[in-house]
Design a protein around this ligand. Sequence first.
Ligand SMILES: [Cu+2]
Length: 122
Amino acid sequence: MKLQMISKLLIVGALAILCVTGTRRVTAADTPHRIEIVAKRFSFTPSEIALKKGEPVVLVLHSEDVPHGIKFKELNLLTEIGKGAPSELAFTPSATGDFVGHCSRFCGSGHGSMTLTLHVTE
Ligand SMILES: [Cu+2]
């Protein structure tokens, strides 16, 4: 009788552990955080975003006027931001710090100051 109780408890315990590990698999790591960003002469909105090191992210970039682009030289990331369909820039920050991206496509007199800053923390 006692042995049956113990084995039942063990089975329930094992199932509980399976449930916990099973649900963990479909959270954060598999669904990258999507951040919508609007490019418009001569700024990105938002112009600063906070990211976590090691957490995958997708920047969804829209243009509201002319074609733009974004380049993070230190991160070796570059994408065009055309008109119409948004561009997606997927990456996982591997270092902490502040990284400044610049518009990579000449779009007028304020082009040089068109930046997007990533603040990456642990
Ligand atoms: Cu530009």
